[in-house]
Ligand binder design. Sequence first.
Ligand SMILES: *[C@@H]1O[C@H](CO)[C@@H](O)[C@H](O)[C@H]1NC(C)=O
Length: 340
Amino acid sequence: MYAISSTKSLILLLGLLLYCIHDCHSIEPLTIGAAIGIGSIGLNYFKGQTYCRFYECCDDRSIPGNITALHRSLESTLYGQHIVTQHLIPALSAHLSAQSKSRKPLVLSFHGQPGTGKNFVANQIAQALYLDGSNSAYVTKFLGRSDFPLADLVDQYKVRIDGLVRDRLRSCPRSLFIFDEVDKMPSGVFDTLASLVDYNAFTDGTDHTKAIFIFLSNTAGTHIADHLGNSMKAGKLREDTLLSDYESLLQRAAYNLDGGMKKTGLIEAHVIDHYIPFLPMEKAHVVQCLEAEFRRWGKQPDKDIINEILSSSISYDRMHGLFVSSGCKTLEKKVAMAIY
Ligand SMILES: *[C@@H]1O[C@H](CO)[C@@H](O)[C@H](O)[C@H]1NC(C)=O
């Protein structure tokens, strides 16, 4: 990170120097103040015309925000999650549109068991919104277990999150923040963040209305599975279940279960715009994941290998016997192993 920023400054310096060589005789009679003025005009000119064509800047080139691309990639690579695509695309389109009258950041909370695609979708969002995807300097990712492991240090964590979010928003309003493993974070960790994502959070002119915050947690995964399992047993099709069937369940579970969302101001202050359920995977969805993995390796899906992986590696939930316990996680690695 430091290496990158020092090359960046070097290039800027070089640009200035070139500007001077080109125009030095006209600078000569000027006062130092004017020289500095010209220098900074040159710097801005250089930055706009050259630098940002090749390096990431907080502009439309580096942050294309291509929702069409996101929609397409979700439709072709995300399996069994009709609610996610239905709600995510309109939510993001509305937030990113030039006519957006948004007065606060977009705040999304993804819930579901491991292997249902929460991370996968968060990465695809980063990929579609930023030219550099998850590697963009404007995408910040926090991991519950490694970044915020200790309940005793929750006050330090709060300060760290607050400082980092403020810094990032100042350097680019169109920043994306992803908090992964929220259920592994100590409760209270988002206390200060809650006020940053609310209306009128900043008095220093920092624009936070274009930012996006995404929280990922396994919390309520079993509640989602229970609800879906019961609906299906009662004859409802999975694809006919709606966001509204899960929303209040998610909100309640997140607020009451252990983890970073427990009794959090984020929920109390109603700053979370959408609670998105990731449904547990059935066997057919896992088969789709495995087939896609074959194609990703440039191979035709092999039925025998798929059947072998299915019979040796998957287990079903005990409650309903319908859902594959670890979803698509880890199974994809087995395809790579089988191919080589
Ligand atoms: C957005 O992505 C789509 C599909 O990948 C592509 O066809 C289109 O040109 C992109 N639009 C912009 C403005 O980059």
